[in-house]
Design a protein around this ligand. Structure first.
Ligand code: ZN
Ligand code: ZN
Ligand code: ZN
Length: 334
């Protein structure tokens, strides 16, 4: 079951739209996807719409991402829709339980605490003061002299009184009345990145996507992940393999390692050395997010592997630009 979900996620991660959306969450640019209520009384996800480009596909995508465990969702609101025309422009009526009219008046019930008399507020009001109709004393201190004892409704059509009105709804678009029983009642969610995706996403593509685009913009052909055959005949995989098409020997290999809690160990350097020893790329570089241990640094130097320490892909790109691309322009690769 969880294997199946993982496969689902892996497939979704390959989708460019998914990458664009999730990278916003992984990078911290947004922490959650909250629906916003627009003037048409609809909940929409403007960011997702911008990325997907089609409002009709938003719900499907969010559902897919949730069912694969990439996003987790939380109840945000429940929205009523008209059962006749599907409009969300609904008003709520509180009706007389006797004649169903919504022409009712609502008043507060007040209890005079010392004598225990309860009546609606208007019966206590005398010349701007509150006077108890039973004992004639003035009500001064709320919670000591008197307290609110609920509400009392009176129907202006049939004159009957009651304490609990019966709700119904009016559609402001088609003007039809309906009850909760017939209403369409839909849930709106807010979304966050799921725990699994938080682990997987950074290494899988959130980091490689911007770096890949950056390298492509600088005239590199990029494969991410990329496979290279070594002298031994074995195939090795790197997170990114970049080369200029006119000179395939001028290959740069990049691996990524993250250790969000502390520093990346020397392990990825050792792994990379084994691969680069066989493949002999022109350049090898490890991007360590956010940083690498002193031991890792030492080993990288020994094995001639460049290390970029960066808080996020944008930082890594800055370093790449300074350390590699500018140099590239001055010094031929050959
Ligand atoms: Zn009534
Ligand atoms: Zn009284
Ligand atoms: Zn309607």
């Amino acid at each position: 079951m969880s294997d199946l979900k993982k496969r689902e996620r892996t497939e979704l991660y390959k989708d460019h739209l998914v990458q664009a959306l999730i990278s916003k969450l992984v990078s911290g640019e947004i922490s959650r996807l909250e629906p916003s209520f627009n003037s048409k009384h609809e909940y929409r996800y403007p960011l997702v719409e911008t990325i997907v480009g089609d409002q009709a596909k938003v719900e499907k995508l969010l559902n897919e991402l949730t069912s694969a465990g990439i996003l987790t969702r939380e109840l945000h609101d429940k929205v009523l829709f008209c059962p006749h025309c599907s409009s969300p422009k609904i008003s709520t009526h509180y009706n007389c339980p006797h004649c169903k009219s919504f022409n009712i008046s609502k008043s507060a019930l007040i209890e005079h605490i010392p004598c225990g008399y309860i009546d609606t507020e208007d019966h206590f009001e005398k010349k701007g003061k509150l006077l108890c109709p039973r004992c004639r004393k003035e009500l001064v201190k709320p919670d000591a002299d008197y307290r609110k004892a609920g509400i009392w409704c009176t129907c202006n059509d049939c004159n009957k009184s009651f304490d609990i009105p019966v709700p119904s709804h009016l559609c402001r678009d088609c003007n039809k009345r309906f009850t909760f029983e017939d209403a369409h009642y839909r849930t709106t969610y807010s979304y966050e990145l799921g725990a699994k995706a938080k682990q997987e996403a950074p290494l899988d593509w959130v980091l490689t996507t911007p770096i890949r685009e950056f390298l492509e913009n600088h005239g590199f052909e990029v494969e991410a992940p990329g496979f290279l055959k070594g002298k031994s005949g074995a195939k090795h995989v790197f997170d990114i393999v970049a080369f200029k098409s006119e000179d395939s020997k001028c290959t740069t290999v990049i691996d990524l390692a993250t250790s969000p809690e502390d520093a990346v160990s020397e392990q990825p350097i050792i792994a990379m050395f084994a691969k680069t020893y066989d493949v002999s790329p022109k350049k090898a570089c490890l991007i360590a997010i956010p940083k690498i241990t002193a031991n890792g640094k030492k080993m990288a130097k020994l094995y001639n592997i460049g290390v970029i320490e960066a808080k996020n892909p944008e930082d890594a790109i800055d370093v790449l630009e300074n350390a590699y691309i500018r140099k590239e322009k001055r010094v031929s690769c050959k």
